[in-house]
Write a new protein. Sequence first.
Length: 92
Amino acid sequence: MVSTNTKRKLTDKESNERKEKIRNRRRKRETIIIPAYRRLKTMIIESIVEIGKKEEYFTYIDVFIDLVGKLNIDLKDMKKQKALYNYINSVM
């Protein structure tokens, strides 16, 4: 007796459900609103200059903490934290 692995063909309904799940996954990305976004790049640069005057060496995290204090961002919202941190990385 020989066993073979055969893939079961999906019915049209199952196939459409699978495609719909994939489409919905892609649509669920949220737009993250950070306050003062238009001034954010200049605020990042100002923070870098301020911290640079105080300390010889500093990291992204130092700039991030300074900006969170200025923008009053809720630290419980991880998506906003991540978006802000990534933007700081792109500017620096």
